[in-house]
Design a protein around this ligand. Structure first.
Ligand SMILES: Cc1cc2nc3c(=O)[nH]c(=O)nc-3n(C[C@H](O)[C@H](O)[C@H](O)COP(=O)(O)OP(=O)(O)OC[C@H]3O[C@@H](n4cnc5c(N)ncnc54)[C@H](O)[C@@H]3O)c2cc1C
Length: 457
């Protein structure tokens, strides 16, 4: 007998949606977060979300439309700006539409939906350890607000949705097929401020801006996301490559002097740092009685760092598969495996292809990006299709003609073509994701070959 069907650790977007999905299907769920209840949802973030994510969630679990009170501004497009700042690409159209929103209000809205469905919430409670019974996950120990002694809480399934720390994942035994540690070079560190700009008017608050600069923000970018005519979320992220600089230092020494509005009067609403994993999803998101969701599962787009949508998708798919396993009275890895196949098919494949693109981008210089923008080698629609599908076609037709019209840097063009083939290879490998745990090791070996090749491009 366990205390709950499922204990979800972490009430971010991933954890709450997991809990909500399970409760809707009639399961007994405990959701734990170390934050005070009224702070659940608060997070250092760019606060941007493409509309196709909530639409998908509506389809999957009947998530209601995000209320207007949460939305700061509607987004119609994104400008990608080259390092020389002379060239830019506009990405727009229905697939790019989205919202710039209030993160705390989104979290509180989701939490209220989960509670309405019967999820029990323990806030101000820190999850500390995974508990095991006969070598299998069986619960967590947690410290409840104001209590001296930790409590042991048991469940048939434990969900790690503790964000980028993945603090339960890291406590799995070495025999688990789940990767416990994320390579440092796959982690993004970021710093951002939300500011009121009384002396500066954002003329097009419906357009977000992303600035590439391989010297200042390798593997990342600086974002300027207006939230109205006089309010902005501005920040930067970079990968923690060897010898990397701190994001706050770059914010002070690069962002503040380079953006004119930063020199005018500013009222700081919030300034803080954060981290996110930028890679393919963890190769198996499940073990016996155990599930990973959200940043803990590396469910983040490795090129632009968007993780709210994928964490909610992960939460919904995890909830559906966990519900089926509970109904079958079998919460073994084999029974929970359908979460892997569902996630890898719907979003993991795109993440993996984009991870290869990310590896390539790390070797691209500012001059090469300026060249590609200047010569029109990259079109907004191409980048859009790369970011939506993880697919980049360069081999024939109009796109190829566009490529060769950029004559002058043939080696670079060849590399672009090479990486697009590797991305296609990655997609093929994911279309062959194992149907059961036994084939995982053989399948994983195929991935590493593509990464090796991508590093050589
Ligand atoms: C600077 C920055 C900017 C970003 N901008 C965007 C953006 O614009 N759009 C976008 O889509 N994504 C963005 N992301 C990524 C996005 O924020 C995350 O991918 C997403 O929030 C992941 O949700 P999650 O539920 O997995 O984790 P989180 O939202 O991090 O939630 C984890 C929860 O677990 C709780 N927790 C952790 N440890 C414990 C413990 N021991 N006990 C109890 N509770 C615990 C935390 O309090 C937290 O509430 C950004 C990330 C960063 C760092």
């Amino acid at each position: 007998m366990t205390d709950y069907d499922v204990i979800v650790s972490g009430a971010g977007t991933g954890g709450v949606v997991t809990a909500l999905t399970l409760a809707k299907r009639g399961h007994v769920v405990l959701l734990i977060d170390r934050k005070a209840k009224e702070r659940i949802g608060d997070k250092t973030c760019g606060d941007a979300l493409a509309s196709h994510h909530p639409r998908k969630l509506k389809e999957l679990i009947g998530l209601p439309t995000i209320p207007h009170s949460i939305v700061e501004y509607m987004v119609d497009g994104i400008d990608l700006i080259a390092p020389d700042r002379e060239n830019k690409l506009r990405l727009d159209g229905p697939t790019i539409e989205g919202v710039s929103f209030n993160r705390l209000k989104l979290g509180q809205w989701l939490l209220a939906l989960a509670e309405k469905e019967g999820v029990e919430v323990l806030s101000s409670t820190k999850v500390k350890h995974l508990l095991f019974n006969e070598g299998k996950v069986s619960g967590v120990s947690a410290n409840l607000d104001g209590e001296d002694q930790d409590r042991n809480l048991t469940a048939k399934i434990i969900v790690d949705a503790t964000g980028s720390s993945g603090m339960l994942r890291r406590q799995l035994p070495s025999s688990s097929p789940i990767d416990r540690v994320i390579d440092k070079q796959d982690m993004m560190v970021a710093w951002r401020s939300i500011l009121e700009t009384p002396e500066h008017t954002f003329e097009t608050p419906n357009i977000l801006e992303i600035y590439w600069d391989q010297d200042q923000t390798p593997g990342g970018y600086t974002w300027v996301f207006p939230q109205g005519h006089h309010r902005v979320n501005i920040g930067l992220g970079l990968l923690t490559l060897p010898g990397h600089r701190g994001p706050r230092e770059i914010f002070d020494n690069f962002v503040k002097p380079k953006w004119d509005f930063m020199k005018k009067k500013l009222d700081i609403i919030d300034s803080s740092g954060g981290m996110a994993p930028m890679r393919r999803p963890i190769d198996t998101l499940v073990d016996d009685n155990f599930i990973l969701v959200g940043d803990a599962a590396c469910q983040v787009n490795p090129v632009h760092g968007g993780g709210i949508g994928p964490s909610m998708l992960g939460g919904a798919l995890a909830g559906i598969s966990a519900s089926e396993a509970l109904d079958a009275n079998d919460t073994s890895i084999g029974s929970l495996w359908s979460y892997n196949t569902r996630y890898m098919e719907s979003y993991g494949v795109k993440q993996a292809a984009l991870d290869i693109f990310k590896v390539f981008l790390l070797s691209v210089t500012n001059e090469e990006i300026n060249f590609a923008f200047r010569k029109g080698i990259i079109k907004g629609s191409d980048l859009l299709s790369v970011s939506i599908t993880g697919e980049m076609k360069t081999g024939s037709g109009e796109k190829f003609r566009r490529l060769i019209s950029g004559l002058g840097n043939i080696p670079f063009l060849k590399r672009v073509s090479e990486v697009s083939k590797l991305m296609a290879q990655m997609r093929n490998i994911y279309s062959d994701y194992p149907k059961s745990p036994e084939r995982l090791a053989v399948w994983r070996a195929r991935l590493f070959q593509v990464y090796e090749a991508a590093r050589r491009v």
